[in-house]
Ligand binder design. Structure first.
Ligand code: PLP
Length: 386
């Protein structure tokens, strides 16, 4: 491999933004934000500035932002049967998740496995609204309320879910809607004050901030989940433990940039179009998944007929291009895509995911096209020789 590597795997993690890096470094020596002395107050200011920036990204209120160690922890906190409304206890008896959700929602958090129900998705990756409506109609309210958790945009396909519609169905039965907005943040506008969702979940490293920090943002703080991490009274008792000031500062800086990037997604959309044109030209029989559904401007998920996505991914990697075969698996190995399976594909070959970001350049798309052509040409000559 010659030259600089090309990174087209933003949905796994976005490159750290220079502003986020600077904010992290500046805040590394901050003191305890709970201390009342001047040093503590300075650290508190860093945390509260970041809280404002995170709230602004989703048109929320800073006092409704709770920082956690990432979106996974935020989901585990929110997916619980035990909630409070003021001093009153509130009980949710069943969680409804979408079959194409991220594992952090699919796991059902603190709900017992038997109380988690999966709602199917269509062949285009959209939540089956009729299926959800039927499940909610059959919900036994005597036992407790329904809690619904869905993603706003899928990490593998980029499919954007009709969250307003889902919110209407959930509100009609008095339930709570939690929206995993991790992949949507900075790519499509999000508005927690619009009322369709009760909570949005965010992750810093998907928008160019550091890893290991995220948040949940409420439409209000009337109803809150029982804390997952208990101990001190940090984050108003909703998440104990001394705040990770440096990571929070980096998250805040990334959130500020993500809000600006929202106005510049047209370029990304054009580049996505060029990627898809190249795929269609080189591989007329390739399947671009969920092509007909509304999708994020940065994601293309496609299957190469007759070639395992894993094999193609290695070939791209050797050509200096980082992209992924499905989602970034925590264990490092590539497993079958539960998203493709939920969409009704047999997933024998898997699919390649190209995900770009505001820093992606035209010449990188050209390099992707050239590598794709070369990989397919080599495969053709190998099969002709065999
Ligand atoms: N939700 C979605 C849609 C994601 O893509 C991810 C990360 O891959 C997560 C949640 C988990 O985020 P974190 O890494 O902050 O725990």
């Amino acid at each position: 491999m010659v030259g600089k590597r090309i990174y087209l795997d933003y949905n796994a993690t976005a490159p750290l933004l220079p502003a986020a890096r600077a904010a992290v470094i500046d805040a590394l020596e901050a003191f305890n934000p709970s201390s009342v002395h001047a040093e503590g107050r300075a650290a508190r200011r860093i945390v509260e500035d970041a809280r404002q920036a995170v709230a602004a990204l989703v048109n929320g209120r800073p006092e409704h932002v709770v920082f956690a160690s990432g979106a996974t922890e935020a989901a585990s906190t929110l997916l619980t049967p035990d909630w409070t409304m003021g001093r009153a206890r509130l009980r949710f008896s069943r969680a409804y998740v979408s079959a194409a959700d991220h594992p952090s929602l699919l796991s059902g958090g603190r709900f017992p496995a038997g109380q988690v129900e999966r709602i199917g998705v269509t062949r285009n990756g959209l939540v089956d609204l009729d299926g959800l409506e039927r499940a909610l109609a059959a919900h036994d309210k005597v036992r407790g309320l329904p809690l619904v958790a869905v993603h706003a945009a899928n990490n593998e396909t980029g499919v954007i879910q009709p969250v307003e519609e889902i919110g209407r169905l959930v509100k009609a039965v008095g339930g709570v809607l939690i929206v995993d907005a991790v992949q949507a943040a900075g790519r499509i506008p999000l508005d927690v004050s619009a009322g369709y969702a009760d909570f949005l979940i965010l992750s810093s490293h998907k928008i160019g901030g550091p890893k290991g920090i995220g948040a949940f943002v409420g439409a209000s703080d009337l109803m809150m989940p029982a804390a997952l991490v208990t101990g001190g009274g940090q984050e108003k008792g909703h998440r104990a433990g001394t705040e990770n000031v440096a990571a929070i500062a980096g998250f805040g800086a990334a959130a500020r940039e993500a809000a600006t990037a929202l106005g510049e997604t047209a370029t990304m959309r054009l580049m996505r179009g060029r990627i898809e044109d190249a795929i269609r030209q080189v591989l007329p029989d390739a399947v671009i998944h969920a092509e007909a559904a509304p999708r994020l401007p940065n994601t293309v998920f496609f299957t190469i007929p007759g070639m395992k996505a894993e094999t193609a991914q290695i070939a791209f990697d050797l050509a200096g291009i980082a992209l992924s075969a499905g989602s970034a698996c925590s264990s490092g190995k590539v497993g079958p895509s539960h998203v493709l399976q939920a969409m009704g594909f047999d997933d024998a070959l898997g699919a390649l995911r190209v995900s770009i970001g505001p820093q992606t350049q035209e010449k990188e798309i050209d390099a992707f096209t050239a590598a794709l052509e070369s990989i397919i040409r080599r495969r053709k000559s190998a099969s002709a020789a065999a």
